[in-house]
Ligand binder design. Structure first.
Ligand code: NAI
Length: 316
């Protein structure tokens, strides 16, 4: 069987999902961008006459994410007109649309059970030859397949993009033990030839390759900083442009990634290791506190660097 991707669906329109949808549109691929239906009608929505049944309200999370793509810097879209290739929607009303697409990419919260529930729904709708992938930062690909159909299992793998998806070249491709070799081969060439990525095949180990090393490095840096009394500004100033990184240094990277996502990713290795190795992946208390405060980084407007990078968060 030869595969091709003309139409895709990205599920989850947050930091990564919206950026991946933009990157697919940049490559000329018509893409659905689906998210959940918001739980509450906010006063600003009610002022527009929206109720829980209004279609624009029901798809407003993904539609809002599309509008943000036009304002983000660096620009996720190569041209504003590419936005027309992305159709926003919601998983309750638009699930059937997945039967039209050649590739579904899951980009929702980093939680195995929530992802498994979504895959069960996707399995009921997609064509047997549709490729389904997860953008997980490091959860076991094999574990996501529990209870899935045979065709789902042979067409499923991890495709781990990096943030921001238009600009970072690395794409980790992680096959499950059941993934058909042709599907892996197709995804590798598609990633390189159509999406312009540098594809690295990774084994299905906790956090794969890049995040296993990257999370380790970030956590060691945070711990040393606390121990030695370095400031956030000091650490960022020596891990940014002075060592050849264009902008994003330690804390700016965490703000861009999202502190909640970073905690999930660290916990994923923590839960699957033991002893001395495990301790490194135990995130510092101040990071957990920041997430409890809803200081999630750029996506919530407050992280280590407050809006527009004007103020710097300090530990003491
Ligand atoms: P995010 O928190 O920005 O966005 C998650 C989106 O998923 C939200 O729009 C939310 O409404 C939606 N969502 C939550 N539950 C859902 C459900 N049951 N069904 C459908 N949609 C649901 O998260 P982010 O950062 O975009 O991460 C998404 C995935 O990508 C995670 O698996 C994460 O580990 C991975 N990832 C994140 C990177 C980053 O730099 N933030 C980099 C690479 C991978």
């Amino acid at each position: 069987m030869s595969y091709q991707i003309k139409k895709a669906a990205v599920i989850g329109s947050g930091v990564m999902g919206s950026g991946i949808a933009a990157h697919l549109a940049n490559s000329g691929i018509a893409t659905y961008l689906l998210d959940i239906v918001p739980s509450e009608v906010q006063p600003a929505d009610a002022a527009k006459g929206w109720t829980k049944e209004t279609p624009a309200f029901r798809s407003s999370i993904a539609a809002g994410a599309l509008q943000k793509l036009l304002k983000q810097k660096p620009a996720p879209l190569t041209a504003k007109k590419n936005l027309a290739l992305i159709t926003p929607g919601n998983l309750e009303d638009d699930l059937e649309k997945l039967s039209e697409v050649d590739w579904v990419i899951e980009v929702i919260v980093e939680n195995l059970e929530v992802k498994q529930q979504l895959f069960a729904r996707i399995d009921n709708v997609v064509k047997a030859e549709t490729i389904v992938t997860s953008n997980t930062s490091g959860i076991s690909i094999e574990a996501m397949l529990d209870g899935r159909s045979e065709s789902f299992k042979t067409h499923f793998l991890g495709t781990h993009f990096f943030n921001p998806p238009r600009y970072l070249k690395l794409l980790e491709v992680i096959p499950a033990s059941t993934t058909k070799p042709e599907v892996v081969e197709f995804m590798k060439s598609f990633g390189e030839d159509v999406l312009g990525k540098g594809v690295v095949l990774a084994k299905d180990t906790p956090n794969f390759i890049a995040n296993r090393i990257g999370t380790y490095g970030l956590l060691v840096t945070l711990r040393e900083m606390q121990k030695r009394g370095f400031s956030v500004g000091e650490v960022d100033s020596v891990t940014g442009p002075v060592i050849g990184r264009p902008k994003s240094a330690t804390f700016r990277t965490l703000d861009v990634v999202g502190l909640d996502t970073f905690l999930h990713v660290a916990k994923n290795v923590y839960d699957q290791t033991s002893g001395e190795e495990q301790e490194v992946f135990n995130p510092p208390a101040f990071l957990k506190q920041m997430v409890e405060n809803k200081w999630l980084g750029a996506k919530s407007g407050q992280g280590f660097f407050v809006k527009k990078d004007k103020e710097i968060f300090e530990l003491n």
